[in-house]
Design a protein. Structure first.
Length: 369
């Protein structure tokens, strides 16, 4: 067995006793890829490229004919079962062979309809098998990255930054938000990105006051905030960056807001270290904006984990009930923002890895372009 996969499976199985299960049904695409190597992607929330069934001694990848050959090639440590009539119909036979009695399922991914279908099949054919809801067993494995993962994220990040630098050479007055978003995506794809991490955000002027603005035909004008948020997916790993710039001479308002956001980000990055609490890191940025009279315009969390998924643990936000201590090799964004209605906004976003000495900023592009 490939050592990396073996180590991940071993860690996953160690969580079974506390979860009260003897077999885990893995449905979340990123978890499936992480512990098997199978890269098939779900095309919709209710459509699956495959599911893993991991017991104490067996590894099974159940998929359909679209992915059978790919699964066999990419997941040699798993027995590939090709189902003809859907997972719920195939499941009882697999569970019988695995001698499963308590089947854990990823509650964040299973739909109510799928739960009903599986429950009905088990009731008819495997009445002794109990369905057990689980949460974050696979995600917890992915919180702290392996060094190869950090390098994959760094490579994805640098691709996205280089693409943006080339885009800036084209940026000029009159370009629309939609055109700008497409040009950024085009540059990333031409540089080798598999896809974008998320739809590119390009927001000009007052639209920059919308943290997740959808690009429109609004045309760029000089001396207004231009907010960009983009990222690439490369070899499965995501990157996420925000920059706010201005063409022409910045006015006093832009300079004041930009400087406050910049220093808020720097204070938060300085607070990152093993053992620090996520809410304290968030507070380092938020308190600075409070001192500048701008905290009421900062409504979202400071950052989020990034890896195989664009949003994963840890979450750095006062709105998240979980307040966790940072650990070495966590990777997340630090992205304070100020959004003022009828004026615009500024967001600056870097990605950092937690190291023994503090935060390693993975970006190579300066936030002050």
């Amino acid at each position: 067995m490939e050592p990396r996969i073996q180590n991940r499976l071993q860690k996953l199985r160690q969580s079974f006793p506390e979860a009260g299960i003897d077999t885990l049904l893995v449905l979340i695409g990123e978890n499936r890829r992480y512990v098997s190597g199978f890269t098939g992607e779900d095309t919709g929330f209710d459509e699956s490229a495959g599911a893993l069934l991991i017991s104490e001694k067996a590894n099974v990848l159940a998929t359909d004919s679209r992915y059978e050959i790919q699964a066999q090639n990419e997941a040699p440590d798993f027995e590939v079962v090709c189902h003809k009539k859907g997972l719920s119909k195939e499941l009882p036979g697999i569970l019988d062979r695995l001698e499963t009695t308590r089947l854990g399922y990823e509650s964040r991914r299973m739909t109510c309809e799928q739960h009903e279908q599986i429950s009905e099949q088990l009731k008819q054919q495997c009445p002794a098998v109990e369905l057990v809801k689980t949460r974050n067993l696979g995600e917890n494995l992915r919180v702290c990255k392996e060094e190869t993962e950090i390098e994959a994220i760094r490579t994805s990040l640098h691709l996205a930054e280089s693409a943006f630098s080339r885009f800036l050479e084209q940026l000029s007055s009159g370009m629309s938000e939609a055109r700008a978003a497409w040009e950024i995506e085009k540059q990333m794809r031409e540089a080798g990105a598999q896809s974008v991490s998320f739809p590119v955000i390009s927001a000009f002027g007052t639209n920059a006051a919308l943290p997740h603005a959808v690009p429109t035909e609004r045309a760029l004008q000089n001396s207004q905030p231009l907010l960009f948020d983009w990222g690439a997916r490369l070899n499965g790993y995501c990157s996420d960056i925000s920059r706010t710039i201005i063409l022409g001479k910045p006015d006093e308002q832009f300079s004041r807001v930009f400087t406050a956001v910049y220093h808020a980000q720097q204070k938060a990055i300085a607070a990152v270290k093993p053992g620090a609490w996520t809410k304290d890191v968030d507070a380092a940025a938020r308190d600075h904006l409070h001192d500048k009279g701008l905290d009421s315009y900062f409504g979202h969390g400071l950052g989020h984990g990034v890896g195989l998924a664009i949003h994963e643990a840890p979450s750095l936000s006062p709105m998240d009930e979980r307040n966790v201590q940072l650990e070495e090799n966590m990777v997340f964004t630090v992205e304070p923002g100020v959004y003022i209605p009828q004026w615009g906004g500024v967001r600056l976003e870097n990605m950092v890895a937690v190291r023994p000495w503090g935060a390693e900023v993975l970006n190579s592009m300066d936030v002050r372009i």
